[in-house]
Design a protein around this ligand. Structure first.
Ligand code: 6GU
Length: 241
């Protein structure tokens, strides 16, 4: 997969050289290119923003600068991602929808956002455009969202995660539940023992215990996810939550 990130703070994306994403880049599974939006400005001050029409606080990013940049970076099959607190919620389902794409272009806005005609223009030209939000809070720009989207998508690419089984049972997987609690050695620590069933070797009982704990956790932390469960996905022994 190719991913281009356009930002006025390319250094913000430096963590993408580390860990799994960094390795995916080195191995060629991920072709990630970070660009400085100001490289597409033409004035002496490298201006990317201006005051909002209609008045109000803050500055808006100019569509002409973004247009020049995106015309150069977008390929015919690219999917344009615009991180914005006004977007649709970015979830594991979104990551799964983006992971099979050939080419993502992430356009990071700052200030009060990017002139709305940018999304409109590329949609009108047949580009797929996704405006995505991380959640119900305000960040200073799209860069943190770009980090989130790249990491969530890259780990779904074949070959990026050594053991693809890790993708099966984790939180926000197909079961619609949070992950069960996990333990490792030592079996006793700070007066706390690992739940004995996990040391029992009874794989059926372990699976049952893990599902009960996943249900319990989900009910406590995320009642909204329990509401959204397909009743057909609950087996007859699932305890009432
Ligand atoms: Cl994608 N951008 C900004 N600026 N704030 C956010 C966000 C994105 N998602 C949640 N808050």
């Amino acid at each position: 997969m190719r991913i281009d990130v356009l930002t006025i703070f390319p250094d913000y994306l430096a963590p993408l050289e580390l860990s799994l994403v960094g390795k995916a880049r080195e191995s060629g599974l991920l072709d990630l290119r970070v660009h400085d939006l100001r490289d597409w400005t033409t004035d002496r001050h490298r201006t990317v923003d201006d005051t909002p029409f209609g008045g109000g606080a803050g500055m808006v990013m100019r569509p002409d600068v973004w247009g020049t940049a995106l015309d150069e970076v977008l390929t015919p099959d690219a999917h344009l991602v615009l991180p914005t607190p006004s977007g649709a919620l970015f979830t594991q389902r979104t990551a799964e929808r983006l992971a099979p794409e050939e080419h993502l272009v992430l356009a990071c806005g700052r200030y009060e956002g990017i002139d709305a005609r940018v999304a409109e223009h590329y949609r009108a030209r047949g580009v797929r455009v996704s405006e995505l939000s991380l959640g119900d809070y305000v960040l200073n720009g799209g860069e943190v969202a770009a980090l989130v989207v790249v990491e969530a998508v890259a780990r779904l690419l074949p070959g990026v995660i050594g053991n693809p089984e890790s993708l099966v049972e984790e939180s926000h997987g197909a079961a619609g539940l949070l992950e069960y609690p996990v333990y490792t050695k030592p079996a006793s620590w700070a007066g706390l023992d690992v739940p004995p069933v996990l040391l029992s070797g009874h794989h059926g009982q372990i699976a049952r215990w893990r599902r009960d704990e996943a249900l319990r956790r989900t009910a406590t932390q995320r009642p909204d996810m329990v509401e959204a469960l397909d009743p057909a996905s609950l087996d007859s022994r699932d305890r009432a939550v």
